[in-house]
Design a protein around this ligand. Structure first.
Ligand code: SF4
Length: 352
């Protein structure tokens, strides 16, 4: 079946200037040959440390910035001309990390939610007003909220408004760029539940950008791990959390703090800084921080290759890595369990 979204060899390189005269310096390889696909109704999570290129990838998919190279196909059609771009803008919507920054403070909430419908010529004024009321109800807000301004709402409510606005033109794919990372954990639970409910109800696909692996464990069907502008591992969620086959993924899992303070500090954390994307290390980009690096890793870049069904890793030694030490990532299970309990409690409160 044709994937809803198919991204091939996506690149975004920014030239840099150096010196007083602003001479051409190097090139920042923010995204460097990224490929993935998303099926209808599927959630693909894109994870990695800050600066790894995941948000730039999201902006490239949305065509908020132009790629240096690569293709984006939506529903089998390459997005290359104005007509495809117009269709993409309607069928793909975005929920941003900071809901306050993404809402115009001068527009009432009802106007902000109706704006995408106006832009895309959907309905007339009265049908748009009715749709705004329907959307407010869908995201758990009241009809009178349409008359209020964004500053009158809490962070969680603003994110609900952002979600209502994203759903206004009935998209098929929603790009969620760190949608809960600016919220308190208890509010995160409500917003994550809402996103899951809406997905079930409307068959939405999500490209879910996140650095919080406990949230990813709850939301994702598949996970793609990014490092220095490239995808280094991709697998179904269960496989990735139980048997990761890239040292960087293992380090990310091991870095999750354990909720029990007495058990913190027992795991090996990833050392060193992320190298500069202007001058990435030769060979495997992770070799400067990898505990398993061999001489070949400094010379040859490992391709992202399938090592099992639906499981790919960009490591020369993916098959030879020692068995994954579940104790090294022992934080993830209780942390996820803690979050799941919060999500369940929030859901129960909502349906009570
Ligand atoms: Fe580590 Fe080498 Fe694998 Fe890169 S290719 S992740 S340096 S073992």
């Amino acid at each position: 079946m044709t994937p809803l979204l198919q991204v091939e060899g996506l690149e975004k390189h920014y030239p840099t200037k150096s010196g007083l005269l602003g001479r051409s310096g190097g090139v920042v390889r923010a995204v460097d040959g990224v490929s993935f696909s998303i099926a209808r109704g599927e959630t693909l999570a894109l994870v990695g440390e800050s600066g790894c290129g995941k948000s730039t990838t999201a902006r490239l998919v949305l065509r908020l910035i132009e790629p240096t190279a690569g293709t984006v196909r939506f529903d089998g059609i390459e997005v290359s001309g104005k007509a495809e771009l117009r269709a993409l803008r309607r069928r793909v919507q975005v929920v941003f990390q900071d809901p306050y920054a993404s809402l115009n403070p001068r527009l009432r909430v009802g106007e902000a939610i109706a704006e995408p419908m106006e832009v895309h010529g959907v309905g007339d004024a009265s049908s748009r007003a009715a749709r705004v009321q329907e959307l407010l109800g869908l995201v758990g807000l009241a009809p009178y909220h349409a008359q209020r301004y964004p500053h009158e709402f809490s962070g969680g409510q603003r994110q609900r408004i952002g979600i209502a606005r994203a759903l206004a033109v009935q998209p098929e794919l929603v790009v969620c760029d760190e949608p809960v990372s600016a919220l308190d954990v208890s509010i995160q639970a409500q917003v994550v539940n809402l996103l899951k409910d809406l997905q079930q109800r409307f068959g939405l696909s999500y490209l879910f950008i996140a650095h919080d692996l406990a949230v990813v464990r709850h939301m994702a069907d598949r996970v793609a791990v990014m490092y220095l502008g490239q995808i280094v591992e991709t697998a179904p969620k269960r496989t990735l959390f139980a048997a990761p086959r890239h040292p960087y993924t293992r380090a990310l899992l091991a870095a999750i703090p354990h909720p029990d303070p007495r058990r913190r500090g027992r795991v090996a954390h990833l050392g060193g800084d992320v190298p500069s994307p202007v001058n990435p290390p030769p060979g495997c980009r992770f070799h400067t921080r990898c505990p398993h690096a061999q001489p070949i890793c400094r010379e040859q870049a490992p391709p992202l290759r399938e090592i099992a069904t639906a499981h790919a890793s960009a490591c020369h030694f993916a098959e030879d890595l020692p068995a994954f030490d579940a104790a090294a990532a022992e934080g993830i299970a209780p942390l996820a369990a803690q979050r799941l309990a919060l999500y369940a409690a929030a859901k129960a409160r909502r349906s009570a």
